[in-house]
Design a protein around this ligand. Structure first.
Ligand code: PLP
Length: 396
């Protein structure tokens, strides 16, 4: 059998096995009723799998901005930003992002995935070295591969290993270090002070993916630099507008020359249609709401503490998470699937993350808590998870 036919057959068999066992949880059409409730196959479930960290879903000011954009521009842009696709809205959004992130300029792409792909493959190339944390998101890895730079990976958040990689790259090579601020599967935080120090020592450029920190880290939600009190320490600040920002798209905030270069050379920007007016308007309004409604962050922090402390008290292993992304380690894939089935039967919507997405034996439920959850929601989720954990003998 040729290799692609074999791969398709293996995937088919895995999905069929999942369906037979009641373990296939993917591609379920989910209707949203509000930030914390979803309708799945007609059943209302408590949502603990959303990236709406600040609870901005359906925010009236964001919805109003989206409606106004449709009224003025319709639903499409029909052109690349370089040619006929740039609207005043795109420029206003980029100005807002630059001021939010404290940089000279910003550029928006039509997804977070394409932002990483396009930026990394534009900023480095053959002969350069790109150094990544082992747990970096697939979009970062794909961007590195597309760049043809030499890809080197250091052990997760291990600064001694990062230094080894930087030193081995050699003084002559152009070096780019790429890390996430909050890691999307483990929920832990990058050691930015050390990464920054090492980048300076070895003359490397630093790019940080803030998909899971924008709006939710730092005293006022401005991100990882604010969290560590290190404003201006990251050269290339990347973020998505599909998580805390309830829209779609991604951005890079950086100095004016870098942004000018990306706007003329990054292929996913030059050769792809501009972000829709609705997405641009909603995103801009969301950045404004984050600054206008700081109480949301306080509620999120309270909810994170409630959920994490509750899980730990039950005996769950939540790894190093201190954020809204909470891994609940179950061990083997099959046990993770069993717990997911049990909790979904009790109307708690969480999803399993299995190997090879995570190391074997580290399969987990990936839960997320948001500012929209009430105390009662969190208590209910803890009760359901605790009961399932005891049923599969993960907990005593
Ligand atoms: C760390 C990280 N970077 C990039 C992306 C891609 O963003 P988007 O889904 O907006 O394309 C994600 C999405 O899950 C992510 O978690």
């Amino acid at each position: 059998m040729d290799s692609i036919v074999k791969k398709i057959a293996t995937m088919k068999a895995r999905i069929e096995w999942g369906n037979e066992m009641g373990y296939y949880f993917y591609h379920q059409p989910v209707r949203s009723l509000g930030g914390t409730r979803v309708l799945v196959n007609g059943r209302e479930m408590l949502m603990f799998s959303s990236s709406d960290y600040l609870g901005l879903f359906n925010h009236p000011a964001i919805n109003a901005a989206a409606h106004a954009a449709i009224a003025e521009y319709g639903t499409a842009t029909y052109g690349s930003r370089l040619l006929s696709g740039t609207l005043p809205l795109h420029c206003e959004l980029e100005e807002k992002i630059a001021s939010f992130k404290g940089t000279e300029a910003a550029i928006v792409f039509s997804s977070g995935y394409s932002t990483n792909l396009a930026t990394i493959s534009t900023m480095v190339g053959r002969g350069d070295v790109v150094i990544c944390d082992k747990l970096n998101h697939a979009s970062i890895v794909d961007g590195c591969m597309l760049s043809h730079a030499k890809l080197v990976r250091f052990k997760h958040n291990d600064m001694a290993d990062l230094e080894k990689c930087l030193s081995a790259a050699g003084a002559g090579a152009r070096k780019l270090v790429v890390v996430e601020s909050v890691f999307s599967m483990d929920g832990d935080i990058i050691n930015l002070p050390e990464v920054h120090r090492l980048c300076k020592k070895y003359g490397a450029l630093l790019m940080v993916d803030e998909a899971h920190s924008i709006g939710v880290m730092g005293k006022t939600g401005h991100g990882i630099e604010e969290h560590f009190g290190m404003q201006g320490s990251i050269d290339i600040k990347m973020g998505t507008m599909s998580k805390t920002i309830p829209s779609v798209g991604g951005y890079i905030a950086a100095d004016r020359d870098t942004i000018m270069y990306l706007k003329h050379v990054a292929r996913a920007f030059v050769f792809s249609v501009a972000l829709s007016p609705v997405a641009a308007a909603a995103a801009k309004a969301a950045f404004e709401v984050i600054e206008d409604e700081p109480w949301r962050l306080a509620v999120l922090q309270r909810n994170i503490a409630h959920f994490l402390n509750g899980l730990k008290a039950l005996g769950f292993d939540t790894m190093q998470s201190k954020t809204a992304i909470v891994p609940i380690v179950c061990g083997k894939d099959e046990r993770t699937l069993k717990i997911t089935k049990l909790v979904q039967e009790k109307d708690l919507f969480v999803l399993p993350v299995l190997s090879p997405a995570v190391p074997p034996g580290m399969s987990r439920i990936r839960a997320t808590v948001t500012a929209a959850h009430s105390e009662a929601d969190i208590t209910r989720a803890l009760d359901v998870l605790g009961e399932a954990g005891r049923m599969v003998k993960l907990l005593k």
